[in-house]
Ligand binder design. Structure first.
Ligand code: NIG
Ligand code: FE
Length: 409
């Protein structure tokens, strides 16, 4: 599908999300002009001309935001873990379940058993749900294969989702999610398999945009994380980390040494680690869906992140264990209620800062030259997106200037 030559959205309320003195970068009674997949102009009605021949659409005062960026998902997976959820409600902890061989391992079995087509179909449903709640760019991690074939298959499914559109997909190799069952007694052997076999082959097939490691006591050590990151960088790939979720640890220092694009979870991050993130330009990705589902009492250090000017992104973490959540508006609400973000911080988290967490400088705000990724909402003020719960307020989405979701048609 190619983008129409020129589109003008008129009678719009626009939250440009451009960082500056105006909250949300809000422009009332605005016009947005897009052409050839790019934003050409945005501003007040009196300041922007509708180009001759443009396709004009009136939004009748409704709100437009940048298309949402979900910068952390595990949405390709075999099946649900509702049984484990029920066990947690009875008092079992996430770490207990993992130590007993459940948790991520359960999903690894289900994902290995699923065929490519089956994985594709369940994943596509999840991706479209994110899209219909405003997402235009979604990151997808591997990590439920933990062997060459299944890790590649997960990334191939992600690339196929990208090719079929409309959502832009970024892939992340997370073969270092937990130690694969085959290497239970030889974790370093598994790290070696990742470095010498899985990563090079995934790179050779063009399947990897970034590399992630789950650095935690039940997964990989800071030293092992360092080895995987060093290998990633030899391939010219940026790195990301799951760190300080369940306990404090030295993983964040490894991430900042490698100038990680993002460090994710961060419940137990210390002030000096936050300072190092600021210096390294590492974005904090906060995942309140996991806080909610795990009933986690420990909160990420939002005040320290603010103090040191670390950009905060919010993401769904969509996965069957800790965050079966496919709605970024709900994630914004959880970010405000559970993590204490302001509505404006929450929206910046799923737009501008989510894009930065993926290293994408061409999206996340509405400004001339940016990609024409836009979402329209049945509200008149941006804080309403964060405030309403489960209202399904997204009514239209454009990806690269192409109308890909439209409740009115
Ligand atoms: O981001 N923390 C590690 N990975 C996922 C959980 C994966 C799972 O339990 O299946 C997360 O929370
Ligand atoms: Fe995760």
């Amino acid at each position: 599908v190619t983008a129409p030559e020129r589109i003008a959205l008129v009678d719009a309320t626009v939250a440009t999300m451009v960082d500056g003195p105006v909250p949300y970068g809000l422009i009332p009674d605005a016009i947005v002009v897009m052409a050839a997949g790019v934003i050409k102009a945005v501003g007040r009605r009196e300041d922007v001309a509708v180009p001759a021949g443009a396709e004009v659409r009136s939004l009748r005062g409704r709100l437009v935001t940048p298309g949402f960026v979900d910068c952390h998902t595990h949405l390709v997976f075999g099946r649900h873990r509702a049984g484990e959820f029920a066990a947690r409600l009875e008092g079992a902890s996430y770490a207990d379940i993992a130590a007993a061989g459940g948790g991520i391992r359960t999903t690894v079995e289900a994902t290995r058993a699923a065929g490519e087509q089956q994985l594709y179909e369940v994943s596509r449903r999840r991706l479209l749900r994110l899209h219909h709640t405003g997402a235009t760019t979604v990151e997808i991690k591997s990590g439920y294969g933990l062997d060459l074939d299944t890790e590649l298959r997960m990334l191939q499914v992600a690339r196929r989702l990208a090719a079929d559109g409309p959502v832009t997909v970024r892939t992340t190799l997370l073969a270092a999610h937990v130690v694969s069952p085959e290497y239970e007694h030889d974790p370093d052997g598994y790290v070696q398999l990742i470095i010498e076999t899985i990563l090079p082959e995934a790179v050779r097939q063009g399947l990897v945009d970034a590399v992630d490691v789950f650095c935690e006591h039940l997964a990989f050590s800071p030293e092992q994380t360092d080895h995987v990151f060093a290998a990633a960088r030899r391939h010219g790939l940026p790195v990301k980390i799951h760190a300080a979720q369940l306990a404090p640890g030295a993983g964040l220092a490894v991430a900042t040494t490698h100038r990680a694009l993002s460090a994710d979870h961060l419940e137990h991050a210390t002030e000096s680690q936050v300072e190092a993130m600021a210096a390294a330009g590492t974005v904090a990705v906060l995942l309140p869906g996991a806080t909610h589902m795990l009933q986690e009492a420990k909160r990420p250090p939002v005040a320290a992140l603010r103090r040191h000017g670390v950009p905060m992104a919010l993401a769904s973490d969509l996965n069957p264990g800790t965050s079966p959540v496919a709605d970024l508006a709900l994630v914004c609400n959880l970010g405000a209620i559970l993590l204490g973000l302001t509505p404006e911080e929450a929206l910046a988290g799923v737009t501008r800062n989510g894009a930065t967490a993926l290293g994408l400088g061409d999206r996340g705000t509405i400004a001339p030259g940016m990609r024409a990724d836009l979402a329209v909402w049945d509200v008149s003020h941006p804080a309403e997106i964060v405030y309403w719960v489960g209202m399904d307020l997204c009514s239209a989405v454009w990806v690269g200037g192409v109308l890909s979701f439209d409740r009115e048609s």
